[in-house]
Structure formats: structure tokens, C-alpha cells
Design a protein. Structure first.
Length: 362
């Protein structure tokens, strides 16, 4: 009966802080750290989606900056220009409903892959039909989501020069006190923002504490930031997590989890996010998508936590999808920060009121 919780929540939030926080039970994220008994993930490789109209998604994907890596009836593998043979697998939905079928993380070694096969519910299969081949473990979570682990995948050879569909000649940047670019010009043309890699994704989760515990007990996810509710300082509502790689720096967040409001019954994907080169790429890519008639959700702007320049779009099935550039990096010496939920952008358009919702999934 979620409506009862909604009413209770509204009632409690009207009480003085000392009283409401006494009544509301603690919902705090416990201290989380990595240790060698956990499965050590190295990076995020790709995501799986099912779309009602694969051709339409394919048209969007090309305007978004993905490159087709392999196509078979009902399935397209899209890649970026990084080492992953693909970053996005789009399949034809058999019942015309769009679905997110989970992220796939690359494990650090064969030993880590073996360790993951021993976790309860691990289903192992081969990826022989996919570019780069390899092996995959899938976990079906009780909340209807999926989590995959991959190993033995052949990596792409990286181009020596960073490819671009928009930049002819760029940099270095001239600043007021330091102007290193002399006699050379910045030259760009219209085109899509080419994607480098899959950067992160996030869920909104009703069974927040149990799901978060599963990910952080079994894998090297560590919170970079924890945010608590503005009315209840004893209720953590969101965490941005990175992969702990020890001394090595990794992206500020690779996965985030948000505690669902009481009316949300089922876990949903908030968005997936893909790295592009820089600010010019973001703006030229934004214009390209707009000119092609796709739907902008929020951007271009600059996030606070993670610092990325962001730009969110709706794909033809209604999933939110983000271009990002210039994100923060953290390592084992970066402490977890805890703060109240605050503004999500430093600059940019006002955040849409329904940004936290599932959105119009076709
Ligand atoms: Fe994001």
C-alpha cells in the first residue's frame, strides 16, 4: 500500500526536524570498502537493450555518435572508439515493449571470473556470436534487473589519433594569461558527437538497501558520494559509486543507485551515459541531434558531483541517454563524501521537473 507511505511521509516531513528524524527509522548506507574477497571488476563494457523499432533506434544511434560494429537479423552491436568491441547491444523486442537488459562489466582476470561463477545464481555462457567473443556470467536479480560479467573478450585496436566527426583542427586552448595557440586556428564542422566508451548507468530502486548490499558485498563498488534526504538527515537516498582499483584512478561514478519514492513499485533504469571528447563535441553533437528531430531531455550543462559536462536525450523508445565529457577521477585515497541532496548542475538549463521519473518509455 504505497499510498499509505506517501501520506505518512508527507505528514512526517511537516514535523520539527528533531521529532520527524526520531520517528523515521534510520535508512543509512553502511560504511563500504573494497577487499580481495570481492570480485574485482575492471571497467564497464557494454549494455543490453530491447527496442520496439530497431530501425528507428539504429537511426538515432548513428546521430548520437555510435558506430555499427556488427548487424544480424534482430540485433545490432554498436561501438565507440575505445577498446571495447561494442558498448551497446540493441535487439528487436519480441512483444514491442522496450526493456533494459542490464550492464556488462569486464573482470580484472580469469581468477576474478572464476570467483564470480561461484556466486549464487551465476549463469555462464559463451559470447562466440558477438564481436570480440569471450565469456559471460549473468545474474537475474530479484527486482527484475540483470547484471553481467565478461572476460576473455578481444579488445579493439585503438586508433593512434582520436577520431572525430566534427573536429578538423583543435587546440591548444588560449586563455587570458596564457595563449599557446599561435598562428593556428580552431576549425570544426557539423556532425554527431562520436562516442568513446560507455561511462555509467543508474537505477531507481524500491528495494534499495538489499540491492545496494548485493552489489557492494560482492563487487568492488565503493561510494564516491552519498546524498541524504533534505527532510530526513537519517535517510540516504542516492549514491554515486566508482570501481575501487586501488592506486589507479577510475571514473567518479560508474553506477548510481537512488532510493525509489514510495509510489515506485519496480526498479527502473534512470539513464546510461557515454563519453565524448570535449565541450565543443558536446555542443556540436547537441545541435546535430536537435536538427535531426530527436528529443532533448536536459543539457548542455555541468554537473556538480562528478563534474561532467552533460547532455541528456530521449532515445526513440523513451530511455534517457547521456553524452558526457570531462568527468572527475578518484582512487583509494579519495574519501567518500556525504551531503544533503543539492543542485545537480553548476550551469545549464533548469532541470526538468520529471527528470527523476522513468519518463515516457514507449
Ligand atoms: Fe549521468
Amino acid at each position: 500500500m504505497p499510498w499509505i507511505f506517501s501520506i505518512l511521509f508527507k505528514f512526517l516531513s511537516k514535523l520539527p526536524r528533531f521529532l520527524r528524524e526520531k520517528i523515521m527509522p534510520d535508512m543509512l548506507i553502511p560504511p563500504i570498502s573494497n577487499n580481495p574477497s570481492k570480485v574485482q571488476l575492471a571497467r564497464l563494457g557494454h549494455v543490453y537493450f530491447e527496442h520496439p523499432d530497431l530501425d528507428k533506434f539504429s537511426a538515432f544511434a548513428k546521430d548520437f555518435g555510435f558506430v555499427e560494429a556488427q548487424k544480424s537479423p534482430g540485433k545490432i552491436y554498436f561501438r565507440g572508439y575505445g577498446k571495447d568491441p561494442y558498448v551497446y547491444v540493441a535487439s528487436q523486442s519480441k512483444d514491442s515493449k522496450p526493456r533494459f537488459r542490464g550492464p556488462a562489466f569486464v573482470v580484472a582476470s580469469q581468477a576474478e571470473f572464476e570467483k564470480a561463477t561461484k556466486l549464487p545464481g551465476a549463469l555462464v555462457r559463451s559470447l562466440d556470436d558477438a564481436p570480440g567473443k569471450g565469456k559471460m556470467i549473468t545474474f537475474n536479480r530479484p527486482d527484475g534487473t540483470f547484471f553481467h560479467i565478461i572476460f576473455d573478450q578481444e579488445e579493439r585496436a585503438i586508433d593512434l589519433e582520436e577520431p572525430s566527426a566534427t573536429h578538423e583542427q583543435q587546440g591548444p586552448f588560449n586563455k587570458p594569461f596564457d595563449k599557446p595557440r599561435r598562428g593556428r586556428f580552431q576549425r570544426y564542422h557539423q556532425g554527431p558527437a562520436l562516442v568513446h566508451k560507455l561511462g555509467h548507468f543508474g537505477y531507481v530502486v524500491p528495494d534499495f538497501d538489499r540491492e545496494l548490499a548485493w552489489y557492494t558485498d560482492n563487487f568492488n563498488f565503493v561510494p564516491s558520494d552519498i546524498l541524504y534526504h533534505w527532510d530526513f538527515s537519517n535517510m540516504d537516498v542516492l549514491t554515486f559509486m566508482h570501481l575501487d582499483l586501488g592506486e589507479e584512478y577510475s571514473d567518479h561514478h560508474i553506477m548510481f543507485m537512488q532510493r525509489a519514492e514510495p509510489h515506485v513499485k519496480k526498479t527502473f533504469l534512470h539513464h546510461t551515459s557515454y563519453e565524448v571528447a570535449d565541450f565543443d563535441t558536446q555542443l556540436i553533437g547537441h545541435e546535430w541531434l536537435a536538427k535531426k528531430g530527436w528529443k532533448s531531455v536536459w543539457g548542455v550543462g555541468r554537473h556538480v558531483l562528478g563534474s561532467q559536462i552533460f547532455d541528456y536525450w530521449a532515445d526513440p523508445s523513451g530511455f534517457k541517454i547521456e553524452h558526457y565529457a570531462d568527468g572527475d577521477l578518484v582512487n583509494k585515497d579519495t574519501p567518500t563524501q556525504r551531503d544533503v541532496v543539492g543542485p545537480f548542475s553548476v550551469w545549464g538549463p533548469e532541470v526538468p521537473k520529471d527528470f527523476g521519473d522513468k519518463g515516457e518509455i514507449a
